[in-house]
Design a protein around this ligand. Structure first.
Ligand code: CAA
Length: 293
């Protein structure tokens, strides 16, 4: 961690572990590296590591191309990130963020395995969007040291991080994580452990409704998106945003929220499932509601 970053947190965090280097994990790794932390990124295979490295090079390269970052700074940031395919590489981490697929079993297995690996004073976090943090935390023998840290997509750009506390999260741990998020230049907000947390609970009913409008041919995709961009000042329309989030991810989030709350707002509209089944996942697959190069 750089001296400037050290001054801004109550506890000294030096080494950050990020498990999973997909869109979100790579974005989170970039955020920490940009802020001077040493980052260890862990993926399941060499191929997955290379994909993660590709996300990081592409994202920082974009900042270089826009004149927002020098090539030397890019090299320094990427140089702070090391890669591994074994969780054992996280032995010295002060803070570990898990950002793997939204599967409760996979996440619980990781938290179980971290027990024998991480230091006893390490803080563990999951970037889940909608799974129960409490259940993930109890797979570990120190659930009091586990929180949710929910970054938003694209992580290097969106300035919010939701910190999810469970009934057993230690208050000191919560305060340390709030401090850490502050050092990243992000706004921390704290909430309880309920599917969707604050932002997705409010956002996804709206996104689902937009997909329903398209499904019933009430309006075109362009007009639905234009209405919210130009009428309400949103940076992008709901269908473009669904493509950014990924339709598979959006479906899973809605489905989880629906099963937990039984609020019809969150019952995923059929077109979402159909598009996921057809492989139309949004930006990441090249086609969703729109087509991408
Ligand atoms: N990775 C890194 N940086 C990115 C990026 C990406 N994927 N996409 C855009 N950026 C950066 C650009 O480099 C640019 O940076 P500078 O200003 O420093 O040059 C900046 O973001 C703006 O980008 P653009 O000019 O290309 O495009 P834009 O102005 O249209 O912004 C956007 C693009 C940031 C995506 C903007 O449209 C936006 O904020 N959209 C809403 C995104 C949103 O709502 N995210 C939350 C989704 S919900 C979620 O994530 C929760 C969940 O659990 C699923």
């Amino acid at each position: 961690m750089t001296d400037a970053a050290a001054e801004r947190t109550s506890r000294t965090f030096t080494t950050i572990g990020v498990i999973g280097l997909g869109t979100m994990g790579a974005g989170i790794a970039e955020v920490f590296a940009r802020n001077g932390f040493t980052v260890v990124g862990v993926e399941v295979s060499d191929e997955a590591v290379e994909r993660g490295r590709g996300h990081l090079t592409h994202s920082t390269g974009r900042a270089v191309a826009r004149g927002k970052m020098s090539e030397a700074d890019q090299a320094e940031i990427l140089g702070r990130i090391s890669f591994a395919t074994d969780l054992a590489a996280l032995a010295q981490a002060d803070f570990v963020v898990e950002a793997v697929v939204e599967s409760l079993e996979v996440k619980k297995d990781i938290f179980r395995r971290l027990d024998d690996i991480v230091r006893s004073d390490a803080i563990l976090a999951t970037n889940t969007s909608s799974l129960p943090v409490t259940e993930i935390s109890t797979a570990n023998s120190r659930p009091g040291r586990v929180v949710g840290v929910h970054f938003f997509n694209p992580a290097p750009v969106q300035n919010l991080v939701e910190i999810v506390r469970t009934v057993v999260t230690e208050p000191g741990v919560l305060a340390d994580v709030e401090g850490l998020v502050g050092t990243l230049g992000k706004n921390p907000v704290v909430c309880g452990d309920k599917a969707g947390f604050i932002a997705n609970t409010l956002l996804f009913g709206y996104l689902n409704h937009a997909a329903s409008m398209l499904e019933t041919k009430y309006a075109t995709r362009e007009d639905i998106d234009a209405a919210m961009r130009f009428g309400c000042g949103y940076p992008m329309g709901p269908l473009a945003l669904l493509d950014l989030i990924g339709l598979d991810t959006a479906y899973e989030i809605l489905d989880t929220m629906y099963k937990q709350g039984r609020d019809r707002l969150h019952a995923p509209v059929p077109i979402l499932k159909q598009m996921v089944t057809a492989g139309l996942l949004g930006r990441k697959s090249g086609r969703g509601f729109y087509t991408y190069d």
